[in-house]
Design a protein around this ligand. Structure first.
Ligand SMILES: *Cc1c(COP(=O)(O)O)cnc(C)c1O
Length: 376
């Protein structure tokens, strides 16, 4: 039996107690408001935890057939799916395992709704309220000009809503409920009149509900307002909020090199194992470390890939780093295991589960076969 301090590195370590704390908050929202909360699997798909997650929230949502299958097999609760466009060879299987399907256009809705209805699936349309509430991260803004995501008011066909039982919007990313309130006002102004005849409204994801400064009260007021005014079910489909701060990436220092600065080479990689660090970009928190220059010994933490920019960030420490030292990046359960890759033939980190009693169980190890097998 391992502990966090002894798991072989690199290793993602899912923190079960932290996950449960998040789930209790989400369950509280469900209980107080009657809203249904779904896990957005694209953020976190470690299905070993699905039975636990399913004890607290209402189900899963998927971006296509594979995630939908995973939700159906491993959570077995409500199973929703959204995709900008569905494929003919997959659509009937999707209908057989999903209870809600969200279409991204009236053309998609017209193409598929008869098939979906044959399977008793509840169909909805994703709308684009054209209300940007986030600055800085244009690639995360579905309301940006030219967006392919959701039907704008201009393209909305009010005479083509036969069989449409719900609307869906997803415009937030790591945001608080003040931005939800702003967005909801835009949704109601543009599309509110269509909601009266419908069964549900899905608020999408991007709600940072489990962050310590999140204003739950405003969220709950938004939900109750919609339920009362329009008589519809409300769904939320957070990814991050489910597993926020609920995992580590454990890594080992392999070597230290110097070129004007001190650079520690780790057995992990931003490009391969935490791609959002480069893509978003952001600086992941690291246990026991400070900002650059804050503690006496500053290092640039980097990896063994060939990519010069494969840098996790600059961090400072109380003591010099040495070969064999172990480091623990925080908040590594989300958008990590679902996005990693084997560029440069880098080994994939193992996946472990840290239990409340401090013991760590390895859920999965990867090998050369996982690298080779994906390539031919
Ligand atoms: C990404 C996404 C989510 C989850 O977003 P988080 O930021 O992880 O909460 C939910 N719904 C849709 C449609 C998404 O694209």
């Amino acid at each position: 039996m391992y502990t966090l301090q002894s798991v072989p590195t690199p290793c993602y370590v899912i923190d079960e107690a932290a996950l449960v704390r998040n789930l209790q908050i989400l369950q509280g929202v469900e209980k107080r408001t009657g809203a249904k909360i779904l896990l957005a699997q694209k953020c976190f798909s470690n299905f070993a935890l699905y039975p636990l997650i399913g004890k607290y929230i209402s189900g899963t949502t998927a971006s296509g057939l594979f995630e939908a299958k995973l939700g159906a097999e491993e959570m077995q609760k409500e199973n929703h799916v959204f995709s900008p466009a569905f494929r003919a060879e997959e659509f009937e299987e999707i209908c057989s395992i999903c209870d809600h399907i969200v279409f991204n256009s009236f053309a998609q809705k017209d193409k598929w709704i008869k098939t979906a209805q044959k399977y008793g699936v509840s169909c909805g349309i994703r709308i684009n309220p054209e209300c940007s509430t986030q600055q800085g991260h244009a690639i995360y803004d579905p309301c940006a000009p030219g967006s392919r995501l959701g039907v704008t008011l201009e393209n909305f066909r009010e005479d083509d809503l036969d069989g449409v039982e719900g609307l869906h919007f997803h415009t937030l990313c790591e945001q608080n409920s003040d931005d939800l309130k702003t967005t909801l006002a835009a949704v109601e102004e543009k599309f509110g009149k269509y909601l009266y005849g419908m069964k549900w409204l899905n608020f999408g994801g991007g709600h940072h509900i489990t962050r310590s400064d999140y204003d739950l009260r405003t969220l709950e007021e938004c939900i109750l307002h919609v339920r009362q005014k329009y008589g519809v079910e409300v769904y939320l489909e957070p990814g991050e909020a489910v597993a926020l701060n609920a995992g580590y990436l454990a890594t080992t220092v392999l070597e230290v090199v110097h070129n004007g600065i001190d650079i520690a080479l780790l057995d992990t990689s931003a490009a391969c194992h935490m791609p959002d660090v480069l893509e978003m970009p952001y600086r992941p928190p690291l246990c026991g470390a400070g900002e650059k220059g804050e503690k006496p010994y500053t290092y640039r933490l980097s990896s063994c890939t060939c990519l010069a920019g494969d840098v996790i960030g600059d961090y400072s420490f109380d003591a010099p780093l040495q070969e064999g030292d172990r480091l623990y990046f925080q908040d590594m359960a989300i958008y990590s295991m679902v996005k990693n890759n084997t560029f440069n033939g880098m080994p994939l980190p193992s996946i472990a589960l840290l239990k409340e009693d401090g013991s760590c169980r390895i859920l999965k190890r990867f090998s050369y076969a996982d690298f080779k097998g994906r390539l031919g």
